[in-house]
Design a protein around this ligand. Structure first.
Ligand code: SDX
Length: 394
């Protein structure tokens, strides 16, 4: 018995770690954070409240939430010298390449002064990561646009600040719509944590060596960038743009099924979900509602996406392999409807996931039994043999 779930011994032996933060059942399509179903959190909670839940294990009281917000606000400044880091990147650098660098560079501002053996320093680090990620992310967009950096304002909420830091410019007023704020808040909730995915496992492994936590988060960002992982949301839009008219769908389905063709249907399949990704269901409805409310031009792309989903879900190849749409299939359409450029999609995934990364880092560091991670291998190389001098070879 591990907590409220009985895991068969085989699973326990192969489990990478113990965690009480997220429960995921790939066969049933179940996702819960600290016991709360993702469907309820997406409908009733806020990203900041989910951050508190992931970090502390319980939903906050009104007072605890106010204190948490205040703590994050007080950590929401980034040293001016870090702004200079951006100018070292090529003018057209992919924002994820910048995020890897500047997040890693934060470790230089919090190294000697931080004692990861001290519980208070660890929690302070967690607050710093959650508070600073939106700023680093927004600065990436501003650097790409050649616009002045915008800094967070105390009176704005977390998501209002994120949108304001991305889109506000000195020469005209900017006020994000409540629809956009809610859509982005929900998207961050759905990306907050997801058990031991590749990027979270990277953060845990780096953290188990007692590396600087900001450097660990940077390693997580590097991992998330891969198109098989968080980079898929950007790849889905490229794919939908390439498909264009729904009449072209069949030829792309055929490509995806062709063993000799490296093309994969982006936004489909999952290492764990062999049922519908519960987040995809939520995002699909949010996407539909948003496009209707914003009456945006993405409607044709959304229609193509829904038609592609409908055809794939009826195709034997996908049915046999239990390939369903995942969280990335619709998230890109929402982000595009919000005016977020494609190059920033995975950056926003990283902002959302930073709460999960740092919560799992904190959980590991607080586990008295934790030791350095050391995955093993199945050796497939040569049996033992003796050295042969070069003049005796060949
Ligand atoms: C995320 O781990 C997480 O939790 C990740 C994530 C999170 O929140 O952190 O959920 C976020 O990364 C979601 C996944 C985003 N990636 C994509 O959408 C990229 C496209 N998907 C594929 O690359 C693939 O499905 C993976 C990488 C997601 C999973 O790869 P697996 O584990 O190899 O897939 P599988 O074992 O289920 O594959 C079974 C079969 C194979 O064919 P056969 O060898 O049986 O003939 O299905 C095929 C695969 O080749 N297959 C696909 C496919 N995905 C799997 N064929 C066509 N298109 C696809 N998308």
């Amino acid at each position: 018995e591990l907590g409220m779930f009985t895991l068969d011994p085989g699973y326990v032996n192969t489990a990478a770690c113990r965690s009480a933060i997220t429960y995921l059942d790939g066969e049933q399509g179940v996702l819960m954070h600290r016991g709360y179903p993702i469907e309820q959190l997406a409908e009733h909670s806020s990203y900041l409240e989910v951050c508190y839940l992931l970090l502390n294990g319980e939903l906050p009281t009104q007072q605890e939430m106010e204190t948490f917000k205040d703590n994050l606000n007080r950590r929401s400044l980034v040293h001016e010298h870090l702004d200079r880091f951006y100018t070292g990147y090529r003018y057209d650098a992919h924002p994820m390449s910048i995020m890897v660098g500047v997040t890693g560079a934060l470790s230089s501002y919090y190294h000697e002064a931080m004692d990861i053996q001290d519980p208070e320093d660890r929690l302070l680090t967690a607050h710093r990561v959650i508070a600073k990620m939106p700023i680093l992310a927004a600065h990436c967009y501003k650097y790409a646009m050649g616009h002045p950096f915008v800094h967070p304002r105390y009176e704005l909420t977390y998501v209002e600040n994120l949108l304001n830091m991305i889109f506000a410019v000195p020469h005209r007023p900017y006020q994000p719509s409540p629809v956009a704020i809610r859509a982005l808040d929900q998207l961050l909730i759905l990306h907050a944590d997801h058990e031991q995915n590749a990027s979270t496992s990277t953060v845990r492994l780096a953290g188990s060596a007692e590396a600087n936590p900001f450097a660990c988060i940077s390693a997580g960002i590097a991992t998330l960038w891969g198109r098989a992982h968080g980079g898929a949301n950007e790849a889905v839009i490229h794919m939908l743009n390439e498909i264009g008219d729904p009449k072209n769908i069949d030829q792309y389905i055929a490509k995806a099924k062709d063993k000799d063709d490296p093309f994969r249907l982006m936004g489909f399949g999952h290492r764990v979900y062999k049922n519908y990704d519960p987040r995809a269901k939520i995002i699909r409805k949010a996407c539909h509602d948003l496009l209707n409310e914003m009456d945006t031009v993405n409607q044709p792309m959304f229609e193509t996406a829904m038609r592609l989903e409908e055809i794939a879900l009826q195709d034997e190849y996908f049915i046999e392999r239990k390939l369903y749409p995942n969280v990335d299939f619709y998230s890109g359409i929402i982000l595009q409807a919000l005016g977020i450029p494609m190059s920033m999609f995975t950056v926003l995934f990283a902002v959302g996931r930073s709460a999960g990364w740092i919560s799992q880092w904190l959980e590991m560091m607080e586990d008295a039994d934790f030791r350095i991670g050391r995955p093993r291998q199945l050796y497939t190389g040569s049996q033992q043999r003796d050295y042969v001098p070069i003049d005796k070879r060949g």
